[in-house]
Write a protein that binds this ligand. Sequence first.
Ligand code: CA
Length: 401
Amino acid sequence: MMHLVHGAATDVGLTRTQNEDSYVAGGGLYAVCDGMGGARAGEVASDSACRHLLSLVDGSGRDEDLVDAVQAANRDVLNQSRRDPALKGMGSTLTAALWEGRDLLIGHVGDSRAYLFRDDRLEQLTEDHSVVGEMERDGRLTPAEAERHPYRSILTRAVGTEDRVEADIRRIAAQPGDRLLLCTDGLTGMLDDEDISRILEEGVSPAATAESLVAAALEGGGEDNITVVVLDVVEEEGGDRGGGDEAGVEVGPDERIAPSRALGGDPPGAERVLGPREGSDSGEALGTAGEKRVSRSGAADWIRGRVRLAIVSALLVLLLALGVFAVINSSVYFVGTSGGKVALYRGMPYAVVGVELYSVEEVGARRYEELDGETREEIDAHDLTTKEDGQRLIRDLSNGE
Ligand code: CA
């Protein structure tokens, strides 16, 4: 029988003042979430998203449960951002792994990543839901171009920005010796796959590996918050597995977690002793959601599928048009670039199914290339702002301040 041993680490990095990442690890549930939004909204978003997954700790471990938990997280983050003006427009990535004794169920929204390290080979299990990620997959950008692209932080999917969010779900049949890595883009922005592989193959404990990965990202510049969860699949060796996952659920970063805020009643503390679930009936026969969708065959099915797709697409376009209209007419703003110049945008820094949820409000005189690294970082973050603050920033930059 296999079980997991985990290690987790997070760091604010060297240029940010707040850590907007969150993670959970233990009890068969592992996740990293990377929040975005003005002021402290990013922290609230990622913390809420991660905490909603805690309901899965005692669950049946079915694909549907993970999908439901992501939807619940989505509704909660969205409701909070609608209720509280300070949290308006916040959102979070979410990359989770749920352990089922044999399988790892991966759920994913946004540009955090899951990697599998097996037989000394690193495989990225998730696709980045970002404008740049999509352009790279379409062959419109090379990986090198994508790395420095000014829109690299614009997500095409996030938890808490729309009424529903689609999570990518996939199931991995675990093997002893497998190493799984969940991480936010603060790691992958600083380290390439080779750097990551080199650290994963050192073979030290998951906790020491997590610390090494974070240390390497800091050495590489630490331009963003860095959060990693490392999981080792090991064969069981008798009863005592000290340091294993029965110790409870770890939720981080520690300093901002109040146990009373935990969802579902029980605080996720050491008193919550969790063992591997036995007799799970959701084995390999279920397959992944993705497999089910593509396994149909036959012309009739194909035509039915196309007609359904056309209807759904038409409805989506209509909904999107309404959504774009609503967002563009809202009072949310962010600063970005237009034609190489610093510009104020009305709307949210997301593009959904290729439709931009923002429009240019005002273009400043200052060119993006002339700015120092720190100011570029500030602009690339696309933090939400008020119209007045955004205009002030553009004016100050245009006046060379
Ligand atoms: Ca980040």
